[in-house]
Design a protein around this ligand. Sequence first.
Ligand SMILES: [Zn+2]
Length: 288
Amino acid sequence: MNDDVSTPKSTPRETLIGDRACAHCMHPLMGAAIEREPTTGLLYVRCVECGAASALMEYPVATPWVQRMKSVVATGLVATAIAMLLVLAAIVGGFTTGAAMSGASLSAQDVYDTFTLQNPPSADDKSAGTWDPANTAWLDSPAGAEALAQSRWSADALLPFTTILALGGIAAVPFALLIGVACMRWAATRRVLLVVLTAGIGWILVVGPAHLLAASGRFQANWRDSVLEANYLHFAYLGGLVFCGLCALCALIAPSVASIVFRAILPPRDRRLVAWIWEWRGKPVPRD
Ligand SMILES: [Zn+2]
């Protein structure tokens, strides 16, 4: 037991854990000191009962593969995040314009109602409601401007507007969250900035042309189109603001959401594969 003090490899000495029995006398070997045979480098334990040596096997550990797997997952996530950015921009742009078009054109009913209230049509007038040619002189007057301003917050307009916006929100949230997870090594402000910037670019690409259109001035049209033109940007800005806020929130809470989700679906021993979710934030992998 004490003839190999000259080999520094054997100190500090490890002891055998797990159930093993001596091949000669069946004496349990648990707790026996593990020694290395100096010439071959093989590990063995010596039975305390009969003195027979039992060889131990050293298996390569899986740690390098786990490390490699982690970086594969992380790289894949970053690549996915770039694709997600494009999708998020498209969702924000698409749903903002859809919601704004719907809200703005339906707000025409409110404006038209106000107009007919102030200027009752004669009994023999054949009216097609908001499809009638708009009275642009009235729309440009203070009364028209007030009616337009009120119509922007009417239930007729806000109900379809918020419905479409909510659908867009449902579509955008998973993408914003995934980007947030992929970038969780970053500080929260940087994460939020990236996602909000993406949403902003998607928004500008869609709303920008409408800005130019509005600048070209009003042309003769029905109530629906005239009010749509006048109110579109109001709804577009409102939608953009909602999307930016939602995306910012998602980017902010994404790491916590990921940690809750993986903690719920993965047993502690399998969390090693997604250990970066905690390690990147300098937190220990939860073991319960
Ligand atoms: Zn033995």
